[in-house]
Design a protein around this ligand. Structure first.
Ligand SMILES: C[S@@+](CC[C@H](N)C(=O)[O-])C[C@H]1O[C@@H](n2cnc3c(N)ncnc32)[C@H](O)[C@@H]1O
Length: 167
């Protein structure tokens, strides 16, 4: 498979999984958390998918391209290993835990990415809404339950997980 094929398949899987989240959290209140803004491509898509929900973004290096896309009160700048831990008590973010978390955290450094995935898998169940759903670019070890992938998406290309509660 060429790199272009691989890229297209990953983005297709991301697109399909984010779309699946809409139905999965129909009855789950709460905001959307975008973990890793990058170029803002998936953030922009989340805004289309979830027009009625707050979308809070956690990013440590906001790129020039994406700067300005996110309302300042919804942009949490810093290392998410610190900012996520404080998110529940932050003015404007207090209240319901997220119904949807999109974790597209890949940096190309397998060790760093695995450590962050371990951190997220450990902490997200404690802060998410019951029945909330995570779409992730990698497995998140811990208590989140893997969900079946939508049709046409091969195993391992993207990941859907639910917080125990409703699914
Ligand atoms: C693969 S990119 C996200 C791409 C994005 N989904 C898009 O569609 O443009 C991963 C992002 O996560 C951010 N990131 C990685 N580790 C982080 C950390 N510990 N804290 C905050 N942001 C982090 C990186 O700076 C990068 O912008």
């Amino acid at each position: 498979m060429s790199r272009l094929d691989s890229f297209l398949r990953r983005l297709t899987a991301q697109h399909v999984c984010l779309g699946a989240c809409v139905r999965l959290v129909e009855t789950v209140p709460g905001p959307v958390w975008e973990l890793g803004l990058g170029s803002g491509r998936s953030y922009d898509h989340l805004c289309h998918l979830f027009p009625a929900r707050d979308i809070q973004v956690f990013e440590h290096r906001v790129s020039e391209d994406a700067a300005g896309m996110v309302p300042p009160d919804q942009m949490i700048i810093g290392d998410m290993r610190e900012t996520l831990a404080n998110a529940a008590g932050r003015p404007g973010l207090a209240g319901a835990g997220p119904a949807v978390v999109h974790a597209d955290i890949g940096s190309g450094n397998d060790i760093v990415d695995a450590e962050l995935a371990n951190f997220l898998g450990g902490m997200l169940p404690a802060v998410m809404a019951p029945g909330g759903v995570v779409a992730a670019d990698r497995p998140l070890p811990g208590k989140l339950n893997p969900l079946p992938l939508p049709g046409g998406i091969a195993a391992g290309r993207y990941f859907l997980l639910s917080n125990p509660g409703l699914h």
